[in-house]
Design a protein around this ligand. Sequence first.
Ligand SMILES: [Zn+2]
Length: 50
Amino acid sequence: MCTVGGPVDIEFNERVKGKNYRCKDCGERFKGLGKRPMCPSCQSENVEEI
Ligand SMILES: [Zn+2]
């Protein structure tokens, strides 16, 4: 692990939350938060939980 020497890494904790989704349009896998996750790659809401 390389530490840059900043404040506590909050990003890491946020990554633990959320569910895994897969975009049906482009096949992108991502972690989504909320009820209507959106594909970060093509902005499609046509995603499924995996
Ligand atoms: Zn997509």
